[in-house]
Ligand binder design. Structure first.
Ligand SMILES: C[S@@+](CC[C@H](N)C(=O)[O-])C[C@H]1O[C@@H](n2cnc3c(N)ncnc32)[C@H](O)[C@@H]1O
Length: 234
């Protein structure tokens, strides 16, 4: 079992992570946000950096983020309080346990107090898959959480990801940022982990099809080819 990415790693990463958004990440987040619709769930949401872009999309009704790092969850909850235009909430849980375990939920804004899942119309997961202990179990949970015909956008690094080059480009805009040095070191450590699940597109397509997803589009246009981007349908 892959246990290399303990949640304490993410706890340490939370403050630099919410503070720094290189252009390449901004481009990715805005592109995914334009695809979102209805009730949206972000699986492995981190600090909810994509949330403001999703909430700005007029087709979106609500945003829910799920993450198992408490520090990420705290940052995400703070983050959503800054963008109270629609109902949003952050669930503190392991994705693969949302069906089975009690979890901690806090509604950030909006009108409902129900913790029942509305059934999501759109799911996304960005740069989380490569750290999952049991990717089949997580993908199955996501599949079950989505409504019939819902879309799911899965984005995760492949073996071509060149973090040194990406960070060198980011340095041009962020060199004086107080958290950039830590952000760089932590990103290098994350991708340098020998247990990282960097999978080829073919393998990933095969895996999501076995779970039951239909594949509508795949490409590698973000992060200079270093990300597998899959647009799937339930
Ligand atoms: C690199 S961060 C990406 C965060 C966010 N998706 C983004 O792009 O800004 C990966 C996140 O996945 C979360 N994560 C990893 N495995 C998880 C799991 N099984 N359940 C819930 N969260 C998980 C980590 O806590 C971390 O916050």
């Amino acid at each position: 079992m892959n246990t290399a990415y303990k949640k304490e790693i993410w706890d340490q990463y939370a403050q630099p992570f919410i503070s720094v958004m290189p252009s390449q990440m901004l481009e990715l987040n805005t592109a995914v946000a334009t695809l979102a619709t209805g009730n949206v769930c972000d699986f492995g949401c981190g600090a909810g950096k994509i949330a403001p872009f999703i909430l700005d999309n007029p087709n979106v009704t609500s945003y829910t983020g799920i993450d198992y790092s408490l520090e990420m969850v705290k940052q995400a909850r703070w983050h959503l309080q800054q963008f109270p235009q629609k109902k949003s909430e952050i669930i503190h849980a392991k994705i693969e346990c949302i069906d089975t375990e009690a979890y901690d939920i806090e509604i950030i804004s909006g009108i409902t107090n129900s913790i029942e899942s509305p059934g999501y119309d759109f799911g996304l997961s960005i740069n989380s898959y490569y750290t999952w202990d049991n990717s089949n179990a997580v993908l199955e949970t996501i599949y079950n959480a989505l409504n019939p015909n819902a879309s799911f956008v899965l984005v995760t690094p492949n073996k071509q990801l060149d973090m040194v080059s990406l960070l060198e480009k980011a340095k041009r805009e962020l060199v004086a940022h107080p958290y950039f040095k830590t952000f760089k070191e932590q990103n290098m450590a994350l991708v340098g982990n020998e247990k990282a699940l960097f999978v080829d597109m073919d393998k990933l397509v095969e895996q999501v099809r076995k779970i039951g997803f239909k594949v509508t589009q795949v490409h590698q246009v973000f992060y200079d080819g270093g990300l597998n981007f899959l647009h799937l349908k339930k």
